[in-house]
Every structure is written in structure tokens, then in C-alpha cells.
Design a protein around this ligand. Structure first.
Ligand code: TXA
Ligand code: MG
Length: 331
């Protein structure tokens, strides 16, 4: 069923309107510091079901529940370990999601039938105002169609979900640009399931070292071979010193090739080669990465080459997303 999707600048009035829509069981996209989320009332089963339908997401995938305050976690989780309180004190509000044993308020719909629930207190002022004005908890996956690149602007959300959701609150471009770090605290030793906006190094510092899955290349959350976070164009990871040669090789084969190039990464002046400049620093690259991958598709390129960053700080999250984007495609 098609609905008219409004895009409104995130003024106080628009945020109140968004909160009212959530109360009515409708779907509202909103900015967070990581990526845009597609929100539904986490206590309303029909609304959460509509969320899955709008994204085209399988029903057994859990969604993150967003809260206004860390003090609300007791409603949603139980058997909360000391480590979770330490992490909440250090990183909430912020780009950290904690997986905890589910509490009485967490339905099978938000947990995907698991015994655990993902919780996050976002830092973005619009997300916080929306949560406060709504008064409840907001179930929100990233506001993209299933398997696609997460949106980091209101325009990206509109491109993905126009006709399927009621409102997009426009709060500008997301500052982090990649999804939250997910830490599983439901077993004896905390484990990083997805690197993200909070670095593994800073988590380890707060947890005094007790952290699994923190090493580069360790198995990640989904364990799925299907590609995620992927543009339409084929993504190829290339050693920095190979970037120019590989771009030239593919172009000569008649491919329409794009290169995400940091300053100083030399690229040949080959006809048909599209250079998409990206910032030199990893924080800057994280911020623009998804927009750059969308640009590759918009320009009609069928191949994109990119060099992996060093896997420290946010570099680990960039590398994780690029590997998933380069992974084997479903179907
Ligand atoms: O930054 C973010 O985390 C954004 C913003 C909107 O908050 N949200 C986001 O949601 O990226 P989503 O649904 O696109 O990704 C959440 C990931 C999924 O891979 C899901 O499987 C995992 O979190 N997840 C959620 N609850 C879980 C649980 N109980 N156990 C294991 N994984 C869980
Ligand atoms: Mg997502």
C-alpha cells in the first residue's frame, strides 16, 4: 500500500508531529548520530510488523530498541551485568548498542524470537527530542531497504522508502556515518558483534580488557555470506599500491569503474574512470562512505575500487562494512 511520504525539517513542531504518528502506529524515519533509523512504537506489534514490511526485512531479524535514558533499560532487559552499566555510563548517549537478556517489555517481534534484546540510547539531538516527546521506546533499524547501504541523509531515506513510510525528519547529514558498535553482554565475556561508532579500543579500556571478537577478521554478527551494506555496483577491495593498475585494467575491459580515492592515492587519467574523492582521515571517510557508494550507483558505474584502511579506531568499522559490501551477492 502506498502512502504519501512527507519530508520535514526537524523543527519542534515536526518532532511533535512525528511523535504523534508513532503513537498512531505509523512509521517515521529520523536522524541519529550514526545513520538514519526507521522508527516504530516498540510496544505496538502492528507497527513493528509494518516496519519489517516497509524494509522488506525477514521477520526473524531482531531490531534495536532506542531509549531516551539509560535508566529505562530495566524495563527492557534483565540480569544486567556490571559491565553493561559501565559501558552505559561511558558511552550513552552515543553510538553503542548493547545486547542483553530480554526483559518483560521486549516482544518476540523486536527480538526476532531470541532470548536477548538490543538497546541503544542515541546522542543525536533530534533522536533524543523525538524519544522524549514520544515518551516510549522506538524500535528502529537503519532506514534502508533490506541488505542495502544505510542512509546518512534524509534524501537517502526518501530514495529508499518513499511511498512506504509516513514521515522523514530531516536533521542533516549523520556525523558518524556508520552504524553503532554492537556489544553482546548476554554471555560471560562481552563480545563485539559489529564494530562501529565506538572503537573496540575504547570499549576494551572501559572493560579492563575483557572483550571477545575484538581482533581484526574475527567472526561478526550475522555470520551470513550474503552481502550487506552493498551498492548495486560490484565492490572490490584492492591494496593501495594496486589501485591505479587495477582501475586501468578494468577500464580497458570496458567496465565503468569508480575509485574512492583519498588525497594522494594516485589514479591514472583513464577515459571512463570516475574518481570519487574521499577524506584522508578515517572519521571523514566513515562519514561520507555510504553517500559515496550511493554516488557510484547514481553515476551508473558497475565497479568500485577502494583500499582498506588500517583497522584501528573507526577504521575497523569501515573495513567491516567494505568487506560485507564486497561479499558474495545473494540471488
Ligand atoms: O546505528 C545503528 O545501530 C542504527 C541506528 C538507527 O540506531 N541501527 C541499525 O539497525 O543499524 P539495524 O537493524 O540496521 O542493525 C542492527 C543489527 C542487526 O544486524 C541485528 O541483527 C542486530 O543489530 N541485533 C539486534 N538485536 C539483536 C540481538 N538481540 N542479538 C543479536 N543481534 C541483534
Ligand atoms: Mg541495517
Amino acid at each position: 500500500m502506498l502512502v504519501k511520504t512527507e519530508v520535514l525539517l526537524a523543527t519542534d513542531d515536526a518532532i511533535r508531529r512525528a511523535a504523534n504518528l508513532l503513537r498512531l502506529g505509523r512509521l517515521v524515519a529520523f536522524p541519529t548520530e550514526t545513520v538514519y533509523g526507521l522508527g516504530a512504537d516498540a510496544d505496538n506489534p502492528q507497527a513493528v510488523q509494518a516496519l519489517f514490511a516497509a524494509k522488506g526485512r525477514p521477520a526473524d531479524h531482531p531490531v534495536i530498541v532506542h531509549l531516551a535514558e539509560a535508566s529505562q533499560i530495566d524495563d527492557w532487559a534483565t540480569d544486567i551485568p556490571l559491565a553493561a552499566h559501565r559501558l552505559a555510563d561511558a558511552f550513552w548517549p552515543g553510538p553503542l548498542t548493547m545486547i542483553l537478556h530480554r526483559g518483560r517489555r521486549a516482544s518476540d517481534l523486536v527480538t526476532g524470537g531470541l532470548g536477548t534484546v538490543g538497546l541503544r540510547v542515541p546522542a543525536h539531538s533530534v533522536a533524543r527530542q523525538l524519544l522524549q516527546s514520544f515518551g516510549g521506546a522506538i524500535a528502529a533499524p537503519s532506514a534502508n531497504r533490506f541488505g542495502r547501504v544505510s542512509p546518512t541523509s534524509a534524501a537517502h531515506v526518501y530514495d529508499e522508502l518513499a511511498g512506504r513510510i509516513d514521515l522523514v525528519l530531516d536533521g542533516g547529514e549523520c556525523q558518524v556515518g556508520l552504524e553503532s558498535t554492537i556489544v553482546d553482554l548476554s554471555s560471560d565475556c562481552p563480545a563485539v558483534l559489529r564494530p562501529g561508532g565506538i572503537s573496540v579500543e575504547s570499549l576494551a579500556a572501559v572493560l579492563a580488557g575483557a572483550l571477545r571478537g575484538a581482533t581484526a577478521g574475527a567472526p561478526r554478527v550475522s555470520g551470513s555470506l550474503e552481502s550487506h551494506y552493498a551498492p548495486r555496483a560490484r565492490v572490490e577491495l584492492v591494496a593501495q599500491c594496486e589501485l591505479a593498475a587495477q582501475a586501468e585494467r578494468l577500464s580497458r575491459q570496458g567496465r565503468k569503474v569508480a575509485v574512492l580515492a583519498r588525497p594522494g592515492q594516485i589514479c591514472p587519467e583513464t577515459a571512463g574512470l570516475t574518481i570519487i574523492p574521499v577524506p584522508a582521515d578515517d572519521e571523514g571517510l566513515a562519514r561520507v562512505l555510504y553517500a559515496a557508494l550511493r554516488q557510484v550507483d547514481a553515476l551508473g558505474c558497475d565497479w568500485v575500487l577502494v583500499a582498506l584502511p588500517n583497522e584501528q579506531g573507526i577504521g575497523a568499522a569501515i573495513a567491516d562494512r567494505l568487506r560485507k559490501a564486497a561479499g558474495p551477492r545473494a540471488g
